[in-house]
Design a protein around this ligand. Sequence first.
Ligand code: ATP
Length: 307
Amino acid sequence: MENAIELQELTKTYGTRRGLSGLTLNVRVGEVFGFLGPNGAGKSTTIRLLLDLIRPTSGSAVVLGLDPHADGSRLRAQVGYLAGDFVCDGRQNVCGYLRFLAALRGGVPQKRIDGLADRLGLDQSVRIKKLSKGNRQKVGLVQAFMHSPPLLVLDEPTSGLDPLVQQTFLDLVAEAAAGGQTVFMSSHVMSEVEAVADRVGIIRDGRLVALDTVAALRAGAVRDIEVTFADPVTADSFAGVDGRLHLDAAGTTLTGQVTGSPDALVKALAAYTVTGLRATEPALEELFHSYYEGAGAAPRTTTGQPA
Ligand SMILES: Nc1ncnc2c1ncn2[C@@H]1O[C@H](COP(=O)(O)OP(=O)(O)OP(=O)(O)O)[C@@H](O)[C@H]1O
């Protein structure tokens, strides 16, 4: 099996409301896939369709080689799922609840549960209804990861988590991927997805508007630069650089933005004595905002990989 998830023209309408429009997407086995988009974009709709929690209006989904509807129970046994609106029985304490779910999944070593809870800083003795939102989210994460399923489907997994716990979550994802598990996670936050995802899809208004590797997205992103020279230079020298550059009146300070590879800039600079150089990391966040706010509807890819 090459792909853990295969979606073909997957569409969901809620009455007259559009949830998802013609989503075609493959997620490879072992890949960490980040699914980003603003509120109401269709992320949760996609995730629910993957697990047969709702049914498509048209199109198809194949998950771990199975039909989510016809093979629902076989599929769910192999998936660790964290719902965006994760709710659990508040009367039990964390330990009892996790043991109950572990038994449902055919047994999980207590050491594994304890290890995850400790790393996330989750006190298992507390009654669930007394937990804060963030601590309840940790319960959701433990139950998704604990049986080491081949596929993790995580809807807004870091919602409510403090930055330290977010980092622990990213470590768990990286470990899962290193062990060959596939991870499909939705998020609003580029930086966390960027840290762990192999590829990213951006969805807006129910449509895929970008699909690419994190590396390719970064290669096409913009970085701010500032260069100072020992002697005045001419603006013509930088005509071949892709971006927006400004040379000051004295001709000794060049500022602005370079798009994509900085190679052309570096080669142009080599002709002069450079006394200072500052270049920021490419601002992927800005790239994302451009998609969030109104990029074209056609999926953009730069890797040549099939969608
Ligand atoms: N049960 C429902 N009934 C009617 N419309 C729905 C229902 N569920 C989702 N929608 C609509 O479908 C669209 C996509 O919603 P969805 O929850 O999938 O977005 P999302 O990307 O997960 O958003 P968020 O980031 O806010 O969770 C929205 O316009 C939403 O209002």
